[in-house]
Design a protein around this ligand. Structure first.
Ligand SMILES: Cc1ncc(C[n+]2csc(CCOP(=O)(O)OP(=O)(O)O)c2C)c(N)n1
Length: 385
């Protein structure tokens, strides 16, 4: 028997589930791509409290974060941001998991989890600060319990595991949650993080958004079996979930958090979703991606399916959709205003926040740099002689 009560099959490398837990290959789905809700023997209980108003709130969240994404993309196209990593298509994975978290849990994400940041209450302008080149980092992690975006692929999984080991030492019942992509699972860091998480039974949730592409590399190149199958090899129970089904993502994340809080250790979640936009605004996916594939996934759009479900429940009336649109427009306007009114940093600000305490070596560099900049003001202007 393994730690989660399942029996390992050495020949295939898979872990067969115990009687009540789904296996690593089952794609947990509560709402299908046509917006039809299906009963699930194990996961229904975990979302039994999600009534009509709660479903509407999840829909509103997804509409708002899609609008944030569109506005930030527009700002980049207008030259106001240097770069933007769109989350289009991944709203359900991020809102479903993000809304499962408690305020004292701590998130360690990569650069695409802007919807998770929205759930944590990150200030809208702070979402853009780093992409505008205005600051080397976005926000104070301790005010929202979310580290600033990690660009080094997979590094944040180690930070999360270390933080989770700290939670154990403190005797607290918070959980560290780390987000990363399918490509990141090829990194040593992610595998090392899983070894430590399993060894210490650390309260950490590994949330992998399998969006099918690591820039131009398709997931099949690196993963010949479902990614969720890897974690049991480290002794970590795993689950595959339909990443475009917000309710299912909420359910599996709640289960993983409950396991971690009650001393059950780490869980690996593979949310099977799709990046409908480019990797970043600097990328052109038409150079490597088949248009038919995009069309197939657009038919599984996470927002459209929840809208269909709400409609079938009589919860998608015009008053409601108008109010959701008004909220999304207001958030987008606030985002734009926050971006355009950001004070420009001074050149010497690049030396701030490098060390937490004064550092004479850095002070000397700053002094040299300031004298260098002053030299331009003192240099004779061309044509003045
Ligand atoms: C350690 C490291 N290697 C390479 C890169 C360059 N890089 C940036 S994004 C990316 C692909 C990441 O794909 P995935 O983990 O699937 O996440 P996604 O961007 O699809 O959300 C790579 C290789 C990097 N940032 N860090």
């Amino acid at each position: 028997m393994t730690q989660d009560g399942s029996s390992p099959d050495q020949a295939s490398g898979t872990v067969h589930p115990g009687p009540s837990r789904p296996g690593a290959d089952e794609l947990v789905q509560l709402v299908d791509p046509h917006g039809v809700r299906h009963p699930h023997g194990h996961y229904d209980d975990l979302v039994a409290d999600v009534d009509g108003p709660a479903l509407r709130k999840l829909y509103e969240d997804m509409v708002v974060v899609r609008r944030i994404d569109a506005e930030a993309t527009a700002l980049q196209r207008q030259g106001e941001l240097a770069l933007w990593p769109p989350l289009l298509g991944q709203e359900a994975a991020q809102i479903g998991s993000g809304r499962a978290l408690r305020a004292d849990d701590f998130v360690f994400s990569s650069y695409r989890e802007n919807a998770v940041a929205y759930c944590r209450g990150v200030d809208l302008a702070d979402l853009l600060r780093v992409w505008r080149g205005n600051a080397s980092s976005g926000w104070d992690p301790y005010t929202v319990n979310m580290a600033t975006p990690q660009v080094i692929i997979g590094a944040q999984t180690l930070h999360a595991t270390g933080y989770a080991m700290g939670i154990l030492n403190d005797g607290a019942d918070a959980v560290a949650v780390t987000y990363f992509g399918d490509g990141a699972t090829s990194q040593g860091d992610v595998n090392e993080a899983m070894v430590f998480a399993a060894s210490y039974q650390a309260p950490v949730v590994f949330f992998c958004q399998n969006n099918h592409w690591a820039i131009s590399e398709p997931v099949g190149l690196q993963a010949h079996v479902p990614i969720a199958r890897r974690a049991p090899g480290f002794g970590i129970p795993s689950v595959r979930v339909d990443g475009n089904d917000v309710l299912a993502c909420l359910a599996v994340t709640r289960e993983a958090l409950a396991r971690a809080r009650s001393g059950g250790g780490p869980t690996f979640i593979e949310a099977v979703t799709y990046r409908m936009g480019p990797h970043t605004t600097a990328d052109d996916p038409t150079r490597y991606r088949d248009a038919n594939e995009l069309e197939d996934w657009a038919a599984r759009d996470p927002l459209a399916r929840l809208a269909t479900l709400l409609d079938s429940l009589g919860l998608l009336d015009a008053d409601y959709t108008d109010s959701v649109k008004a909220k999304a427009d207001a958030v987008a306007a606030e985002l734009r205003e926050g971006c355009l009114s950001m004070p420009e940093p001074a050149p010497s600000d690049v030396f701030r926040h490098v060390y937490s305490e004064p550092n004479s070596w850095l002070d000397r560099q700053q002094d040299h740099y300031e004298r260098y900049l002053t030299s331009f003001a003192q240099a004779p202007q061309e044509g003045s002689r």
